[in-house]
Design a protein around this ligand. Structure first.
Ligand SMILES: C[S@@+](CC[C@H](N)C(=O)[O-])C[C@H]1O[C@@H](n2cnc3c(N)ncnc32)[C@H](O)[C@@H]1O
Length: 231
């Protein structure tokens, strides 16, 4: 008789992330970066600010990845379906795009100006065989994101770029309702846009612990916008 106990099967990286997203497993940000093939420190150390300014002009190149607990909060709050197209404008090394594409049925698209960072996202998506993760290496002010339904911005731009991006977002909103999740400077900027309505408080009732500095906005319908402007 075989008395050996069957060996417990190790969870795959994908399963680990799905369990983390469901709140059934704790993982550190470093462990999640490794699991998602997003370890970025070495690539980041090879970048030089003067070279970036020379290549792309005066943009905000500082990289901070949002913590995964906040990313998890956003993805739950957005209640995504397979009809959603979610953009990370200023996608960095792709924490939001890769995590989101793994745990949700929506399409995730990153726009990132720094070629090396965008390439990182492309490689991670390919290694995880994600068919719903995409990245474009481009200045967001010159990119086309009019197919988007939900947008996320972790304070990525100086105000002139933010203004150009907001103009295109407003054009998207004229075609279909959109949601914008913004943090810090971007959140303050979008609070002043009359075509957007802040809905963070209503989400806070459903989900505890709104991440610090984060606001969620939905676009006003054309009619509401016109009547507010006439008021
Ligand atoms: C604070 S990081 C955010 C990273 C990512 N969204 C996250 O939450 O983990 C901002 C990123 O925006 C990028 N960025 C800055 N200006 C940009 C522009 N005009 N177009 C596209 N990306 C830009 C920077 O290179 C940087 O990687």
């Amino acid at each position: 008789m075989n008395t050996k106990k069957p060996r417990a099967r190790r969870a795959s990286g994908r399963q680990l992330v799905i369990e983390y997203h469901a709140g059934r497993r704790r993982l550190s940000d470093a462990a999640l970066d490794r699991t998602l093939h997003l370890s970025w420190r070495q690539a980041e150390a090879s970048l030089d600010l003067l070279d970036l300014l020379d290549r792309y002009g005066n943009e905000l190149f500082e990289y901070h990845g949002l913590g995964y607990a906040a990313i998890r909060w956003i993805i739950h709050a957005l209640r995504l379906t397979d009809r959603d197209v979610v953009y990370d404008l200023g996608a960095g090394y792709g924490r939001f795009v890769i995590y989101g594409a793994l745990v949700s049925p929506a399409k995730f698209k990153g726009i990132e100006i720094v070629r090396e960072r965008a390439a990182h996202i492309g490689r991670a998506g390919a290694r995880l065989r994600l068919r719903n993760a995409f990245v474009v290496a481009k200045n967001a002010a010159a990119a086309d994101f009019t197919d988007g339904t939900k947008f996320y911005l972790f304070s990525p731009f100086f105000t002139p770029t933010l203004r150009a991006v907001a103009r295109q977002l407003e054009t998207c909103a004229a075609k279909r309702p959109i949601t914008v999740v913004a943090i810090y400077h971007a959140a303050i900027f979008f609070s002043r846009q009359r075509w957007l309505k802040k809905v963070t408080a209503s989400l806070a009732k459903n989900f505890d612990d709104v991440p610090v500095g984060l606001e969620v906005f939905v676009s006003r319908s054309g009619r509401t916008r016109v009547s507010r402007e006439a008021a």
